[in-house]
Structure formats: structure tokens, C-alpha cells
Design a protein around this ligand. Structure first.
Ligand SMILES: [Fe+2]
Ligand SMILES: [Fe+2]
Length: 285
């Protein structure tokens, strides 16, 4: 992986990817605009996706699942992880860009305002904590980006599908059939998605959160499936039902950013209670 480590990070910070997604799905934008996304209009995002699509091989994903799925990075509280994540982007202009905690709180507060259950609010608050992978030294392409199954054919519903020709798996015929290494309707739990912050936070929190929340956390960046209906041939009926929750969650992630800056001090007691309701003081990361 030496050559990969040597690559420069194309995004100024990983929020650039989140902003790209939000603009991609800006309400009212039609499907053709999404499909014909211009590489030249946003070269850093295009370079990011080329690295992501080139390097997320089945072998890479299996290795990361093993490395981080073992949860051996140490114990930490949810709140401390949020504080830790907040150190990620040290913006010189704090007025224009939101901190990580602010994005989490805007998401969860929008969910709370709509009267959703407490576990749903909590899912909003923790959904991006897997981005601490960046602080472990992982490259951007292994932390953020739309997720997609590896070990089977790439859907043309994934953004910038042309970059998959850079992925060594694209030359492995076994991985390029419709089902690849999987069985029809085997269920998404058996499918390996490209590695990133979604899978990591799912693994860290799965013993504590109800199942719909687990789906929201695990698949919130799986846009090809939850926005474009791809990969239904790998899903069970149960997955399909659970994806209703993933779709319910997505607008809060994408469209809550314009809201007023959350008052961290005022909100902290509510979130401390909420976290304590579902999680022990510390969990394994
Ligand atoms: Fe995310
Ligand atoms: Fe997010």
C-alpha cells in the first residue's frame, strides 16, 4: 500500500465531500444533472473519487473490516469521540464552515424538531463519528465517499463509474458478474461495502442501537441503493423494509446544514441524557 499512502489528499477537508453530496441532491435538481457530473467543475472531488474507486478493492475492504472491526483502538465515550472528531477540522474561518459537532447537532436537532423517537435523534447525533478514522491516519478515500459493494459488478448508478476501470478488481471476472461472490438476495449483511465511516460507526455502536438506527448508520452513504434503487438483487425483503428508515434519515443529513448554529452549551445536557440512555459510559472503538 506504499504508493497509496504517498498520494496527496485531494480534498481540503472531508467536509468538501459532504458538501458535494448535498449540492448533488439539492432539491429540484434532476437526475440527468447528477449523471453527467462534470469532472472539470470540481477537480478535487473528481480526484478524490478516482482514488476511492481505484483503491477500494475486495481485499482492501476485508483487511479494514478485520483491522477496525476488532474494535481494538481503545475505550472512549460517545461525547469524547465527538470532541475528538471536532479537532479534525481546525478552520481558520470558523464562521463559514460548521464544526463536526455542529453538523451532528444540526442533523439531530432537525430530527428532534420533527418529533421522531429518541433513538432516531441519537442516530443523527452519532452518524458521522466514524470519521475519527481520519484521526487514525486513514486516507480520505477510506473514510468518506459514496459506498458501494465490492466483489460484484459496479452499478452505473454510482457516481463517476468511469473511475472503476482503475480498480484492480475490475479485471477479476469473478468479481464483475452481477452477483459476483454473493448469492441472489443474500442480504446486505453478507455484502462487503467499500470501507469508510459508515461501516465503522455501525460496528462500534451496533450492540446499543435499535435495528433501524443500525441501518441508518451503516448505509447512509450508500446512495446508489437508497437514492437510486441499485443492488436490489442483493437485498432481502427485510433490507428493503429497513431502507425506508435509511431514506427517512437522509434528508436530515443533507438538508439540515442551513439551520441556525446550534448552541452546544444549551444542548449538552439533553444529549448527555440521551447518550446515557443507550450507551454505557465508555464503549470500544
Ligand atoms: Fe456521513
Ligand atoms: Fe453527515
Amino acid at each position: 500500500m506504499d504508493t497509496v499512502q504517498a498520494q496527496t489528499e485531494p480534498l481540503e477537508n472531508i467536509e468538501e465531500w459532504d458538501d458535494f453530496i448535498a449540492s448533488r441532491y439539492r432539491e429540484g435538481k434532476d437526475e440527468s444533472e447528477f449523471r453527467n457530473y462534470d469532472e472539470k467543475a470540481n477537480p478535487s472531488v473528481a480526484e478524490f473519487y478516482s482514488q476511492n474507486h481505484a483503491n477500494q478493492t475486495l481485499d482492501f475492504v476485508l483487511a479494514k473490516e478485520k483491522e477496525f472491526g476488532a474494535l481494538k483502538k481503545g475505550k472512549n465515550s460517545i461525547w469524547a469521540a465527538a470532541d475528538y472528531l471536532n479537532t479534525l477540522i481546525d478552520d481558520s474561518d470558523p464562521d463559514t464552515d460548521l464544526s463536526q459537532i455542529e453538523h451532528l447537532l444540526q442533523t439531530s436537532e432537525a430530527i428532534r424538531r420533527d418529533g421522531h423517537p429518541r433513538w432516531f435523534i441519537l442516530a443523527g447525533f452519532i452518524h458521522d463519528l466514524g470519521k475519527v478514522l481520519c484521526l487514525y491516519g486513514e486516507p480520505q478515500w477510506a473514510v468518506v465517499g459514496d459506498t458501494f459493494p465490492v466483489g460484484c459488478a459496479y452499478s452505473d448508478q454510482i457516481i463517476f463509474p468511469q473511475y472503476f476501470s482503475l480498480n484492480p478488481d475490475s479485471k477479476v471476472s469473478e468479481y464483475q458478474s452481477l452477483y459476483g461472490i454473493y448469492e441472489p438476495h443474500c442480504g446486505l449483511d453478507k455484502v462487503h461495502l467499500s470501507w469508510g465511516h459508515d461501516e465503522y460507526i455501525y460496528r462500534v455502536t451496533r450492540n446499543y442501537m435499535p435495528e433501524p438506527a443500525q441501518y441508518m448508520l451503516r448505509y447512509h452513504s450508500f446512495y446508489a441503493a437508497h437514492r437510486h434503487g441499485a443492488y436490489r438483487h442483493l437485498m432481502t425483503e427485510h433490507d428493503e423494509n429497513m431502507f425506508e428508515w435509511v431514506r427517512k434519515f437522509n434528508p436530515y443529513d443533507l438538508y439540515s446544514k442551513g439551520a441556525a448554529k446550534p448552541n452546544l452549551k444549551e444542548l449538552k445536557p439533553f444529549y448527555e441524557d440521551l447518550i446515557a440512555e443507550f450507551f454505557p459510559a465508555e464503549i470500544d472503538w
